[in-house]
Design a binder for this molecule. Structure first.
Ligand code: URA
Length: 228
């Protein structure tokens, strides 16, 4: 990696500030002052700024319990961005893995690793997302059957189906493989009901920690990262 890029990924410096530090001779590689921003940093090099070693921030993988009333985008859009809950430096560099509506709660993943994010969100991966859905009207067998066998969403040409399992009179588990816009709400509308509460419980084999309160996050473990 180029030295100026290395410095930016290890600190909160912009590329132009990193170049200034280099120009002033404040950066060393294995004890030797380096002024060339294009210097290639190797794995074994020890880079210091003013004698203090710096190492680049590695890839980051987080799960957030998304609360109600925030948007899964970087831009505040009438509601604050979910990023306000990530009390980490350079949080704006994190990608939000898929979207939940502002009023949907539950498991949301964030990462700096674009390939990992793509493996989860790519339509070809059909990564299952499991939601706990609460409906305005009692659920009947006809609605469950339709959700399981396939419903045509408004504006779509192919039907979509899920795995629906009733929990009680007004709630069900619904697992879907795609991630179409407002998919769960539109599927429930297509069978004549209305979603009043939506909570994402899991993505693939990764389940939201029961110990994480809304607005709390934690780093994923290596085993969890390797699930995708
Ligand atoms: N389906 C929806 O309708 N909304 C969400 O937030 C997620 C899935």
């Amino acid at each position: 990696m180029r030295l100026d890029k290395y410095l930016c990924s290890a600190t909160e410096l912009t590329r132009s500030l990193a170049k200034k530090l280099l120009h002033r001779g404040e950066v060393t590689c294995d004890g030797e002052v380096i002024k060339d921003p294009g210097f290639k940093v190797a794995e074994h090099h020890v880079i210091c700024i003013d004698g203090e070693p710096v190492t680049p921030m590695g890839e980051r993988y987080l799960m957030l319990h998304k609360p109600d009333n925030c948007v899964s985008s970087h831009v505040d859009d009438g509601h604050p961005s979910v990023l306000i809950y990530i009390d980490q430096p350079r949080r704006e560099e994190l990608k939000i893995v898929g979207r939940l509506d502002a009023d949907t709660t539950g498991l949301l993943l964030l990462t700096s690793d674009g390939k990992w994010s793509h493996r989860i969100t790519s339509p070809n991966s059909r990564c299952p997302k499991r939601y706990r859905v609460t409906l305005a009207d009692p659920i009947d067998q006809h609605q469950l059957d339709a959700l399981n066998s396939g419903v045509l969403l408004h504006g779509e040409s192919e039907p979509v189906s899920g795995q629906a399992e009733q929990i009680d009179s007004h709630s069900l588990w619904l697992t879907i493989g795609e991630g179409k816009y407002h998919q769960v709400k539109r599927m429930c509308a297509a069978v004549g009901n209305k979603v009043v509460d939506l909570h994402r419980h899991s993505i693939g084999e990764l389940t939201l920690d029961s110990g994480l309160a809304p607005g709390e996050w934690r780093a994923l473990t290596q085993e969890e990262i390797a699930l995708f």
